[in-house]
Design a protein around this ligand. Structure first.
Ligand code: PEP
Ligand code: MG
Length: 539
């Protein structure tokens, strides 16, 4: 059975299918006669959940530091909370119900109690109790939390994946992504590229494919289910060739990003979290041009504290040494929804209350992040970048807040460095005002993903419009030149961090336009480097 879709990240994957379980399946109430056995089933699942959390704690400790890992310890303790455990076992015994139902009902009622409390800390525990209950239910129903029901790496198949779901997945268990919906410019597609995992969208896979053998062919955009042995053999050969090509590219890892005629450009990487930094270094990037800090918020069940953020930014800064690390402040809203922000549902979220608009109206959230960023700046080479800018007044206000943060840190005797300040150019307004905006900042980075959607009036999430979402549109190319010229006139360096930066059919044009930097997925660094090194601008 062969299905054709669209490739969002190239490559071949061969393995078994795991259909992603969103974890929102209805929990059924079932009458139980052997309640003692059911209580035992619950207790075993609870122990298994604690073991999973202990392993996750170790992993998080290594990747994101103690502060960020602490939540896994809190979840382990919550699973042993006497009230919680006794309510569940009491319900199994007195109501003669299955463990899944008792855990679900108890989790929901505890979550509601927490949510109604005045204290913010206690309120935030509401999401935690739901989280631990889902984990236990997943184990009881034979599924691993996070949706992958297998110890072997799998091809993950889903209707759609939200960024918050994608970030929670264990990357080492995923060979490929296949979704029915989703668009090539969605954040999930971007994450697949960052994770270096072949991904297809628009595949109308059959409902009963779980566990079957399959092949993802990124080059052709095909998904083959139950292939005959001869086809599997053929793809194993192609897979080996692909690995050979990757090895050849690795020879460029320590080479410079310079054209034949000697023009150099900075080639940096885009990342979603601390866990992606090894891929940046392995991929040969000379810096990080976009750290999407909102993933720290997406991975968390409550507002990440200053300390948690500080640890994460410091870890990245230290791992990168003196290499530049551009950290973008919180850019949530639109497709990146975070429950605890409690954002109102909007008719038009891409043009709604998002990114810097939230930060400028939530100084508590904004200042917490800026304090963490400035404190981490003492440990490396951090630049700070602000998303979704439309006016000079926003930049002036942002800089005032930065000054306030710095003077608070000074008076507290906390160390920080003066950081370069930059803005994303991703709205047509910012393009038109490039020269004026450039007078307030040190650099620009063009967010072509959003700039394309706002310029062409095409929702980047709308898969039905993917075929006309044309990032080579002449209007966009003209804008790119305007941005470079405006930025350079004001003394800024100018880069691209949208997905277009990795489009090697345009690399030469970007160099001719005068871009100083390109920031691309870690998996694309060497491919772009190869192209840069083959260009001769003197011709
Ligand atoms: C962009 O809009 O091009 C960009 C880099 O930001 P994001 O994709 O996170 O919106
Ligand atoms: Mg953007």
């Amino acid at each position: 059975m062969e299905f054709v879709g669209k490739c969002v990240f190239e490559g071949i994957a061969i393995g078994r299918i795991a259909v992603f379980d969103k974890g929102d399946n209805q929990v059924k109430r079932v009458r139980i006669t052997d309640t003692a056995a059911e209580v035992k089933r619950f207790e075993d699942a609870k122990e298994a959940a604690k073991a999973q959390l202990a392993a996750l704690y170790e992993k998080a400790l290594a990747e994101v530091g103690e502060e960020n890992a602490a939540i896994m310890e809190i979840h382990q303790m919550m699973l042993d909370d006497l009230d919680y455990v006794e309510t569940i076992t009491g319900m199994i015994e007195s109501d003669e119900v299955n463990a899944e139902f008792a855990v679900h009902a108890t989790g929901e009622s505890f979550a509601e109690i927490f949510a109604s409390m005045d204290d913010d800390y206690m309120k935030a525990r509401s999401a935690d109790v739901r989280d631990i209950s889902s984990r236990v239910i997943a184990i009881l129903s034979g599924k691993n939390a996070g949706g992958i029901d297998s110890d072997e790496p799998v091809i993950l198949v889903a209707d759609d994946l939200a960024p918050s779901e994608t970030v929670q997945l264990d990357k080492s268990k995923i060979l490929g992504f296949v979704t029915r919906h989703g668009s090539s410019n969605s954040h999930t597609a971007i994450l697949a590229r960052t994770m270096n995992i072949p991904a297809l969208i628009g595949i109308d896979y059959p409902a009963d494919c779980n566990g079957k053998m399959a092949i993802v062919d990124g080059a052709k955009g095909t998904f083959i289910i139950d292939p005959p042995m001869s086809v599997i053999d053929e793809y194993h050969r192609k897979f080996e060739e692909q690995e050979e090509q990757k090895k050849l590219l690795l020879e460029l890892k320590d080479k410079e990003d310079v054209t034949i005629d000697g023009r150099s450009i900075h080639l940096y990487a885009n990342v979603g979290g601390v866990g992606d930094v090894p891929a940046v270094l392995d991929g040969g990037a000379t810096g990080i041009g976009l750290f999407r800090s909102e993933f720290l918020y997406l991975e968390s069940s409550t507002y990440p504290s200053e300390e948690q953020q500080f640890e994460a930014y410091k870890a990245v800064a230290e791992m990168m040494g003196d290499k530049k690390v551009v950290i973008r402040t919180l850019d949530i809203g639109a497709d990146k929804q975070v429950d605890y922000f409690d954002l109102a549902k909007e008719e038009n979220p891409a043009m709604g209350y998002r990114a810097i608009r939230i930060c400028l109206t939530r100084p508590d959230v904004f200042k917490t992040q800026l304090r963490a960023l400035y404190r981490a700046s003492a440990y490396g080479n951090i630049s700070i970048m602000f998303p979704m800018i439309i006016s000079e007044s926003e930049v002036i206000r942002i800089k005032e807040i930065c000054e306030e943060v710095k003077s608070e840190l000074s008076s507290e005797g906390k160390e920080f460095k003066e950081c370069e300040i930059g803005i994303m150019i991703e709205t047509p307004a910012a393009v038109m005002l490039a020269e004026e905006l450039g007078r307030h900042v040190d650099f620009f980075s063009v967010g072509t993903n959003d700039l394309t959607q706002y310029t062409l009036a095409i929702d980047r999430q709308n898969a039905a419009l993917d075929n006309i979402y044309d990032s080579h549109h002449p209007a966009l190319l003209k804008m790119l030149q305007m941005i470079v010229d405006g930025g350079h006139k004001s003394g800024c360096w100018v880069g691209i961090c949208g997905e277009l930066g990795a489009d090697t059919t345009l690399t030469e044009e970007f160099l001719r336009m005068g871009f100083d930097e390109l920031s691309v997925s870690p998996s694309m660094i060497l491919k772009v480097r190869k192209t840069i090194r083959s260009i001769d601008l003197s011709k």
